[in-house]
Design a protein around this ligand. Structure first.
Ligand SMILES: CC(C)(COP(=O)(O)OP(=O)(O)OC[C@H]1O[C@@H](n2cnc3c(N)ncnc32)[C@H](O)[C@@H]1OP(=O)(O)O)[C@@H](O)C(=O)NCCC(=O)NCCS
Length: 306
């Protein structure tokens, strides 16, 4: 998919000269140098390891912009969660090239590949203007909670059977995630589960809530977490918190208040930053059941995968 597209092609005439000096070329993220991708995310202060980039390349597609001596200056990736819904992420421009049109250029490339698909992404403050200009609509804040686990909960009395998940639980996890997320994203969940330890809460043999946890960035991340209420969400996340006492843990949630949000913060995972979930096409609410006691996403897989 390597194409020689000039940044100037989609820029306003006044900006063209400035960009042309860079002689940028677009390429497939699949063939990009992993070390350079890692360096790009470090350059904007993101915690991704090379392994996290590799995992995302296994799950999705993307493009990079390189300068005339092959340095990766910008990236954008997208992930088909289902035939109708994709998430966009890893949109990064090297600080030395920002605000010169590269982010928009790569986004337009992504959007060409995603025509007719409903889109969701989690926007940093720096990126909101870019996405607004591409008709993304702001929806909900995401609270990025992280820190060293200082206050792991003790064993609680739980209504139901809490146990570690195995390969045989994959179909039930995909179905419960789909009820909360809005579409069945079997491929993504299967890959995430293969890298995760999971706990599930069962009643009468039926999966009612689950929480996965995997290596990511500075430590581990808990997500996705799906449950019908705070109590069940706390029940499935608690063992992960206990497993990481004294270690770095992260969890991204739409919940700002309530017992679950309080439990996360009390465990040592303070709100480190916020991003904004934005969508184009169907809104978040269009995917979520309004039935009482329907499963809800308590923690995202990641900001990139939703
Ligand atoms: C967000 C980011 C990818 C934008 O890339 P870029 O190459 O600078 O984007 P563009 O030059 O195409 O700019 C697109 C629009 O965003 C605006 N913009 C770019 N950087 C911005 C910033 N730091 N703060 C506010 N607006 C910004 C530009 O002014 C432009 O708006 P305009 O057309 O109304 O003038 C880049 O700033 C970045 O890598 N930031 C750090 C990582 C990050 O937050 N990524 C987004 C993940 S959702």
């Amino acid at each position: 998919m390597i194409e020689d597209m000039r940044v100037g092609a989609i820029l306003k005439p006044g900006e063209r000269n400035q960009i042309d000096a860079f002689e940028m070329q677009i390429g497939d993220v699949a063939g990009a140098d992993l070390g350079q991708l890692h360096a790009l995310s470090i350059s904007v202060g993101w915690p991704h390891r090379a392994e996290d980039w590799q995992f995302l390349r296994d799950v999705g597609k993307g493009v990079v912009a390189t300068d005339d001596i092959g340095r990766i200056m910008s990236s954008a990736m997208w992930f088909r969660q289902s035939p109708d819904l994709a998430t966009i992420g890893m949109v990064i421009t090297s600080p030395r090239l920002q605000t010169q049109g590269t982010g928009l250029w790569l986004m337009e490339y992504a959007l060409q590949d995603l025509e007719g698909v409903d889109l969701r992404l989690n926007a940093t403050r720096a990126a909101q203007r870019l996405y607004l200009s591409l008709d993304f609509v702001p929806e909900k804040k995401v609270y990025q909670c992280q820190g060293i686990v200082t206050n792991a909960p003790g064993e609680q009395t739980i209504s139901g059977d809490l146990r570690m998940l195995g390969d045989d639980d994959l179909a039930a996890v995909i179905a419960l995630d789909a009820a909360a997320f809005g579409v069945a994203r079997a491929g993504v969940i299967e890959k995430v589960m293969a890298h995760s330890r999971g706990y599930g809460l069962f009643r009468d043999g039926v999966l009612k809530a689950f929480a996965l946890c995997r290596r990511f960035g500075r430590g581990h991340v808990v997500g996705p977490v799906v449950a019908a209420d705070d109590e069940d969400a706390i029940a499935v996340v608690s063992p992960h918190i206990r497993d990481h006492q004294g270690r770095f843990l992260r969890l991204d949630t739409h919940f700002e208040t309530g017992d679950f949000a309080l439990f996360v913060v009390r465990s040592g995972l303070a709100v480190f930053d916020t991003v904004l979930t934005m969508s184009r096409g169907k809104r978040l609410a269009d995917f979520v059941s309004d039935e009482a006691h329907a499963p809800v996403t308590y923690a995202l897989i990641s900001q990139t995968l939703g």
